[in-house]
Every structure is written in C-alpha cells, then in structure tokens.
Design a protein around this ligand. Structure first.
Ligand SMILES: [Zn+2]
Length: 405
C-alpha cells in the first residue's frame, strides 16, 4: 500500500444547491490482494479490495456491507449519470434531502436479496434486440467477451479500417454464441473473403496443394473423409453416389470425395473458387449464392463444411438443403464448437472458432436445435478436436419428412 497525501488538500466546488466545498486529500495505491477499510464515527465501515483485475468496490451488498451499517443504493443524477451510494443506516432522511437538493433520484436500493435478484433477472433483456437470432429461438443473451482489436491470426478485412469493436454473446438457454460487429455482412462473402484469406488464384492453388500434401494424422480433411465415407457406407449403400459441397472454397473436400469414386459438384459464390474447382480439382462447379439456387437436382450427400457459421441465418440456409437430399441420403454439417473453445473448457475467445467471419459459434445443444429448426433429425453429432486444433461439431442429418435411414 502506498499513501500519498495531498497537503494542503486540493479544494474544489460542486453541487447544484448551495456550493459544496470538497477537499481531495490524497491517493492510495494498493497492490493486488491488498485492502483498506473506510470507517464512520458511528461505526459503519466498508473495505475496498484490490484484485489483479480491478477492485471489489464494496463487500457483499446484501451481506457484510449491510451488517456493517451501510446500505447500497443506485442513484441517477439529473443528467442521467448513475452512481452507487453507500448510505449509513438511519441516515435515509438525510439522503433524501440531499437527493432533492441535487435533483437526483434514488433508482433502487441494492441491499436486499429481492432487489438484487430483480436486477439480475432484468439484465439479459436490458439490451436492444440483437441483429441475429439464436437457433433455439430464445433471447437470453449476455455479453461474454468484447474485442477492441483483432485477435492474433484473424484475417484483416481491408474495409474494416481502424475502428475495431466486436462483442460475443452467449445464449443462457442453449449455450450458443453469436458475434456482433458493425462490418457489412455482404462484404464478407464472394471476392473479399477470397482476397483476404488466400490472396489471388495462385494463393488458392498453393493453399490447396499445401493441404492435400498433409500427412493423414495432420489433415482435418482426412479425418472428415474417413468419418463421412464410413457413415455413407452404412447409410447410402453402394453404387454411383453424388455429393454437393455448398461453399466449396479450396475444394479440398471434393478432391478427396472424387478420389473415393463419388460424382462431385461444388457450389461457391466466388468465381475464383469455381474456376479452381473446375480446373485444378476437376469437378463440376456452380457459381451461385445457395439461397438463390433453383433446379439444382438432388444429391446423396449435401455438405456444409464450416459454412453455416458464416451466415446470419444458418437455419434458413440449412432448411433449403432438405429438398435437395436424394431419398436415403443425408446432410453433413461441420460447425465450430464454441462450447469447447470458450472458458472454462477451452483456451478462450482468442481462438479461431470466434474469429470475425463467424456470426455463430455453436454448442452441442444449439447444433441439434439448428438441425431441428431447419427440419432435420440428427442421426449423429460428433464432438472432436481436429489435427489443426480446431474444436468442431460434425452432424449427420436427415430431413424429418423423409423416410428415416
Ligand atoms: Zn439459444
């Protein structure tokens, strides 16, 4: 503890009624886990404790503080500023005349269980409605993380400029996360995404070649193919089989599916990704926005490999797949697993699962609710850590309306 007195004290006037002369007497610097106690002549007291993260401004409001003769009160000034007052028990009338004089208002006492629970209960709904819905349909979001600069490794989108501010909310009902920021959603798709992520066509090709050259134990795609082909073996059966990859990107997945003998179709909104799929990977490719496609036929497997988290309405995106699944086929979905990546289980919000391209980061519950809301039944949902260290959920879905597999 370091006490630096101001001698003589710094004097200043304040107050809206008769001017009040205040005396600023000095500074106390506390180290982490040090505390000081403030006392009154009547025996009321409260302590301020320094922590590594800031301060405990008071002891427990509905416990020790109250027992030591002080009642916490939330007060609003005439210009809309809020203050926490600690009022000596028995001085409530004195407080009221002060509030009247200063044109302040007592918002509520914060010294008993009922008042504090009421504050807690109202907290999740204090916010304006968020621009994104939870797959569970609930709106019990609370802020769990704020970014004021990009986390390490996040792609820098040129048009985002210097002003970076992003907030992650967690749904109290299903554990889903959403990330909210001011960047225009349309600018994340098509050209910009490829530009920022891979550079140009040559960048795409070299990223593709680097990934397909990975040893099986280091390749996320190898694990994905093995699991998916195994599942298809049991559920789709032999014969010519077709797969549509929505948001094909580097097309590493279809490269492997083609080698496994499947008839492959890529779909991507970016012309470079489509050209890459046709010319480098040698598969059919459509340049299209999935939401606007019509008459694209049916496929044994429709894959969304880490795609649904990039759109604001993943339920609508997935729902559209139901009409394009061939009888006996299924939809394969990969999603970032926020529940495993976030505290207390994972390393935290600096991880790639929470990067800016993702509006949605899922929990086991929200992944299955996503399927349900989009008209699917989940036959299996795997939770895994991929060789790249990504926390991922993999789901195998069949449309509700179709014959079960
Ligand atoms: Zn939810």
């Amino acid at each position: 503890m370091k006490w630096t007195p101001l001698d003589p004290p710094r004097m200043f006037e304040t107050g809206r009624g008769e001017p009040i002369c205040m005396k600023d007497c000095g500074r106390i610097a506390l180290e982490s886990d040090e505390q000081v106690t403030f006392v009154t002549e009547s025996g009321a007291e409260y302590d301020v404790a320094r922590k590594s993260w800031g301060f405990y401004a008071t002891p427990s409001l509905n416990g020790r503080l109250l027992n030591f003769g002080l009642r916490a009160a939330l007060v609003r000034s005439h210009v809309g500023k809020y203050y926490l007052f600690l009022v000596e028990r028995g001085q409530e009338v004195e407080l009221q005349s002060y509030l009247d004089l200063e044109q302040n208002r007592l918002v509520r006492w914060l010294d008993n269980d009922d008042d504090l629970r009421a504050v807690e209960a109202s907290q999740p709904t204090l916010r304006a409605p968020l621009p994104i819905e939870c797959p569970c349909g609930g709106n019990r979001f609370t802020t769990v993380h704020m970014y004021f600069e990009p986390p390490l490794g996040e792609v820098r989108f040129a048009q985002f400029g210097n002003e970076y501010r992003r907030e992650v909310f967690r749904c109290g009902l299903c554990g889903h996360f959403i990330s909210v920021h001011t960047m225009a959603p349309s600018s994340l798709y098509g050209g910009t995404y490829v530009d920022s992520t891979y550079g140009d066509e040559r960048g795409m090709r070299s990223a593709f070649e680097r990934i397909i050259a990975l040893q099986p134990e280091k390749s996320d795609n190898y694990g994905r193919l093995r699991r998916l082909l195994d599942f298809a073996e049991t559920h789709v059966g032999p014969g010519p089989r077709t797969v549509l990859d929505v948001g094909s990107g580097l097309c590493v997945f279809l490269y492997g599916m083609k080698r496994a003998g499947w008839t492959c179709t890529a779909l991507d909104p970016d012309p470079r990704a489509v050209k890459h799929a046709r010319e480098v990977v040698g598969v059919e490719a459509m340049m299209a926005d999935w939401f606007e496609t019509v008459d694209i036929g049916q496929y044994d497997v429709i894959a969304f490999n880490k795609v649904l988290e990039h759109v604001k309405d993943p339920v609508a995106m997935l729902r559209k797949a139901a009409e394009h699944v061939a009888p006996g086929g299924f939809v394969y979905v990969e999603l970032p697993d926020g529940e495993s990546a976030a505290p207390p289980y994972g390393e935290g919000f600096g991880r790639e699962e929470f990067f800016i391209e993702h509006w949605h980061i899922f929990s086991l519950a929200s992944a299955s609710l996503l399927a349900e809301q989009a008209g699917f039944r989940a036959l299996a949902i795997d939770r895994l850590r991929e060789p790249s260290t990504k926390y991922t959920l993999r789901a195998f879905l069949v449309p509700h309306t179709k014959r079960s597999l």
